[in-house]
Ligand binder design. Structure first.
Ligand code: GSH
Length: 205
């Protein structure tokens, strides 16, 4: 299997952590891919993902699986099932819904990043930026009050929360989430004990 990957991507990091935890990392080749908006990558769009997003998992059969959550579900299945993503019962829906919130928070943070870095300065839209940042920030508040997740089992939600916090550190280092959300800070410290989390930290910005 091949995974389109960037060490800066919180979505790709989620898959990497999951693959390590599931014992599948040695079966995956990592393939750099350029997906920055405004910079064409026609080969990737045609051969891998028309949405020009990473990560995507390319199976040995040539089939492509897109979206980090779906990729983690696939890997979880490969490893026997139900280890990081519950496959039935009420927990399945709770986990999927919590994960969707985290996915949206990471997407909002990424949009903020693109707004600052990629969009031509003259077109920067402050209200839009603030709105997206507020979504991510309020999402963090929600998880800071969510003991079920913070003290719960190690699963895709805990992985995604760790990646969202890591992305906040990586791209918004001054945002002050540790002071605003002490329970998240303690959670993050705990997660940092895991080898998979430590070695997948984004590179220095
Ligand atoms: N829902 C997707 C989001 C992936 C995503 O947005 N990846 C970013 C990299 S961090 C990307 O490729 N962005 C390119 C773009 O949005 O134009 C997933 O979970 O895999």
């Amino acid at each position: 299997m091949k995974l389109s990957f960037s060490p800066a991507s919180p979505f790709a990091r989620k898959v990497r952590i999951a693959a390590i935890e599931l014992g599948l990392i040695d079966q995956i080749d990592f393939m750099a891919a350029a997906t920055t908006p405004g910079q064409p990558n026609e080969d990737y769009i045609r051969q891998v993902n028309p949405l020009k997003k990473l990560p995507a998992l390319i199976l040995d059969s040539g089939e492509v699986i897109i979206d980090s959550f779906v990729i983690v579900e696939y890997l979880d299945d490969l490893a026997g099932g139900g280890k990081l993503t519950p496959s039935s019962g009420p927990e399945r829906w709770r986990v999927r819904s919590d994960h969707s919130l985290l996915q949206g928070m990471m997407e909002s943070m990424l949009l903020c990043r693109y707004e600052k870095l990629v969009r031509p300065k003259d077109f920067f839209w402050q209200a839009w930026y603030d709105d997206h940042w507020h979504r991510a920030w309020t999402g963090f508040a929600k998880f800071d009050a969510n003991d079920k997740v913070l003290d719960g089992p190690f699963d895709i939600v805990q992985i995604a929360l760790t990646c969202a916090l890591g992305y906040a550190d990586f791209r918004f280092a001054e945002c002050g989430w540790r002071d605003a959300y002490p329970k998240l800070a303690a959670f993050n410290e705990r997660m940092m004990q895991r080898e998979s989390v430590k070695i997948s930290m984004p590179p220095p910005a």
